[in-house]
Design a binder for this molecule. Structure first.
Ligand SMILES: NC(=O)c1ccc[n+]([C@@H]2O[C@H](COP(=O)([O-])OP(=O)(O)OC[C@H]3O[C@@H](n4cnc5c(N)ncnc54)[C@H](OP(=O)(O)O)[C@@H]3O)[C@@H](O)[C@H]2O)c1
Length: 242
């Protein structure tokens, strides 16, 4: 378990109803944080400090506006923002339609950019903030069928690098984690039938704890000087020649 920064207390996380996001949320709850999570459906986990904000990030900017209005109504101003929700439609470019294009861009990038835009003024006033995006090795490694997913994740990483520059003097760090294959419903849906033990150099898929620990690293006591970077957690996958 990572030693969290003392100022990490109130966290907004997208995509924490299951998978990597849920694991990050459980670790933060265990550390005593108050956690608000965005997902279309609830996690099924009951905890006094774990609050569901039902929203569909496919609405892009509108969903960001709606979520922040709800937080403000409740007097909640997060010091930490984790952008973990993700959507993928695996299909070659001619088979992507308007809905799949907008869905991937909105969930992976646009809604998240709006959340950052709305929440950063509070972080600036308090001269403290931690923002972590959950990207993917797909942002840098080309694969047929993943064009929109890859572009939206690369966009998220680039956006957070620029944020890191803009807010470095305000005590706010912005970083990304790029997982390879992590055993969740997401990978079960999209990697079914592939023998991942052969393609990952360490010989296995990652687990949610390993991906969550990488996110938590950026919220730790010893990472104040780390900003604008991406931590790859892929068992060496991006080193391997396909
Ligand atoms: N697992 C992997 O191998 C892997 C690899 C690389 C990157 N990643 C990235 O890691 C992140 C987490 O993935 P995971 O494997 O933990 O996936 P997961 O188990 O499928 O969880 C995805 C989360 O995102 C939420 N979500 C999806 N669409 C949403 C929408 N339209 N509005 C609001 N919330 C939405 C889901 O909640 P609801 O369905 O309830 O809305 C769920 O909480 C994603 O960004 C993914 O791209 C995963």
């Amino acid at each position: 378990m990572i030693d969290l920064h003392d100022k990490v207390r109130q966290v907004l996380i997208t995509g924490a109803s299951r998978g990597i996001g849920l694991q990050v949320a459980l670790s933060l709850l265990h550390a005593g944080c108050r956690v608000f999570y965005v997902a279309r459906s609830p996690s099924g986990r009951a905890h006094d400090n774990f609050h569901h904000i039902p929203a569909d990030l496919a609405s892009g900017v509108d969903s960001g506006v709606e979520i922040c209005a709800l937080l403000e109504e409740r007097g909640v101003f997060p010091d930490t923002l984790i952008l973990c929700a993700g959507a993928i439609t695996e299909a070659l470019i001619p088979k992507q339609d308007a809905h799949s294009i907008m869905n991937q861009l909105n969930v992976n990038f646009t809604a998240h950019a709006e959340l950052v835009r709305q929440l950063i003024p509070h972080m600036m006033r308090h001269r403290f903030g931690r923002i972590v995006g959950v990207s993917s090795t797909a942002a840098r490694q080309a694969a047929p069928g993943q064009s929109l997913y890859a572009a939206s994740k690369a966009g998220l990483e680039a956006f957070l690098r620029c944020c890191a520059m803009e807010f470095a003097r305000k005590g706010i760090t912005c970083n990304s984690v790029a997982p390879g294959y992590v055993a969740t419903e997401f990978s079960a849906r999209h990697e079914a039938g592939k023998d991942l033990t052969r393609v990952v150099p360490v010989g296995r898929t990652g687990n949610v704890e390993e991906a969550a620990d990488a996110v938590l690293f950026f919220l730790g006591k010893h990472s104040d000087y780390v900003t604008g970077t991406t931590l790859t957690v892929d068992g060496g996958l991006s080193l391997a020649v396909k």
